[in-house]
Ligand binder design. Structure first.
Ligand SMILES: Cc1ncc(COP(=O)(O)O)c(C=O)c1O
Length: 459
């Protein structure tokens, strides 16, 4: 039986259930954010008494905090595919921030083409379409594409300047064949930006992509830090993404001389605690070892995906069961809204999952087989403030502390929901958010309005 590789803070959290009993919370939402590794919490606790401004103070604490910050940067650079001195690691807030930063710093012309894919999170679509013209490698109904499909996009005219691609899908856990794709791009002189938000906690980051972005909060270091790593030369010319203190060497009222990167890219006081936390997570993952992490997650992935696919009335989205994926599964239960299934898992079984479109609307549309007119209809409903029929799925995602027994608990709960139909609890839907909550206010965690009325979504 697959056991946990590490403990996370809160793994023993007990939560109340609708029937008046309680149970240990089963967290299947690692793909969104992870709790902290015990080693991360300890490193942060040890660091806090030394907390001080970095790169600014002459005092011992400032010197010590600066050393910790720069050690974290060096560790991040190694974590990002053993990168050498021709590359730098820039601390950002998260992956979204890092990709926006990169899209700005590549100094693209609006007529330049950035090739990306339909499998991307919005964070790897929108920053590019703001700065350049985007084209997309499409996916099949199974949510995958082949190297040939990418090559077609790379060979189209005008030739893309950048390929922006995910290392792993946040919806299906699918792992595109990144090494071959990067080779094909480089053979054609196209730079590659890898969105490693989902890859980083589960697989080593490859060294070949020119740029890579990821977040600490998805790899057991939830202290608000992200990293953009890549070619130093990209950041030695031109305006930094943010203007302000710390990014400059000299300032006059009508003139500025920018500092050298990475300082040039980190205006303002940086997130030192986040960097220290990330460093501790990197060290802890290294201690556990990729071999153990991959073996653990492959076993969970197989158990989770095969288990779900074997439940009558459950439709697993994405690639075939033989295709390697992260331990992530997106699914629907016949006849039950994805939001209702998620609410039931929480209220009746103490299981945390995510539901909806997972910030990957174009990908979900393909996985669900929705055509443009269906999508437009749902869009019109959402824009009118009604999300009650928004298409989507339930996502279960595992991490380093998930066990085989946890997966069995989830599968048993999904089987009960799928087989037994309506459960013991009555639910009402908030049409504004699309979420379901128990009709009995005593069973609710939140105070959302649930009278079924349509409210504007910013209410
Ligand atoms: C594949 C992928 N890219 C980017 C992001 C955005 O990450 P963040 O919210 O940390 O900026 C996510 C978050 O879920 C993701 O899964």
């Amino acid at each position: 039986m697959t056991s946990a590789l590490a403990n996370l803070l809160g793994d023993d959290q007990v939560v109340p259930l609708a029937d008046g009993t309680s149970r240990r919370y089963l967290n299947f939402d690692a793909g969104a954010s992870t709790a902290a590794l015990a080693e991360v919490a300890e490193a942060v606790g040890d660091f806090l008494p030394r907390y001080s401004s970095v790169h600014r103070g002459a005092g011992w604490k400032s010197q010590s905090a600066t050393a910790s910050y720069e050690e974290a940067r060096a560790a991040a650079l190694v974590f990002a595919g053993e990168r050498g001195p021709e590359d730098i690691a820039i601390f950002c807030r998260n992956t979204t921030d890092a990709i926006n930063h990169l899209a700005y710093r590549l100094r693209l012309d609006p007529s330049d083409v950035v090739l990306t894919t339909v499998a991307e999170h919005h964070a790897n679509l929108l920053p590019w379409s703001r700065m350049a013209r985007t084209t997309h490698v499409d996916v099949g109904r199974d949510g995958t594409f082949g190297v040939d499909d990418v090559v077609k996009g790379l060979d189209s005219s005008p030739r893309p300047k950048v390929l922006a691609i995910t290392g792993a899908s946040n919806v299906t856990g699918w792992l595109p064949p990144i090494d071959e794709i990067v080779d094909a791009a480089h053979q054609r002189g196209v730079a590659v930006a890898l969105d490693a938000a989902q890859l980083a906690p589960h697989r080593p980051i490859p060294s070949a992509p020119d740029y890579v972005a990821w977040s600490g909060h998805k790899m057991y270091a939830p202290f608000g830090v992200g990293v953009l790593a890549g070619r130093r030369s990209t950041f030695t010319e031109g305006d930094p993404f943010l203007h302000g203190g710390g990014a400059v060497s000299m300032v006059a009222l009508d003139e500025v001389a920018w500092a050298e990167p990475p300082e040039r890219e980190e205006a303002g006081s940086p997130n030192v605690v986040g960097a220290v936390a990330l460093h501790a997570a990197i060290d802890t993952l290294a201690k556990i070892g990729w071999e153990a992490i991959i073996a653990h997650e492959e076993e969970l992935a197989s158990k989770l995906r095969r288990g779900l696919a074997g439940i009558p009335g459950v439709a697993l989205l994405g690639p075939s069961l033989d295709t390697p994926t992260l331990a992530v599964a997106a699914f629907n239960v016949e006849g039950q809204h994805h939001a209702l299934v998620a609410a039931r898992l929480s209220t009746e079984f103490g299981i945390g999952v995510r539901h909806g479109c997972f910030c990957a609307h174009p990908y979900l549309a393909r996985l669900l087989g929705l055509d443009e007119s269906q999508w437009s209809r749902f869009k019109a409903e959402v824009q009118s403030g009604d999300r009650s029929r928004i298409p989507g799925a339930v996502r279960a995602s595992c991490g380093i502390s998930t066990t085989g027994t946890d997966v069995e608990g989830l599968l048993a709960a999904v089987r009960t929901i799928a087989e037994a139909g309506p459960g013991p609890v009555e639910y009402v839907q908030d049409r504004c958010t699309g979420d379901f909550v128990p009709a009995d206010p005593a069973l609710r965690m939140t105070t959302v309005a649930t009278d079924g009325s349509i409210r504007p979504c910013n209410a």
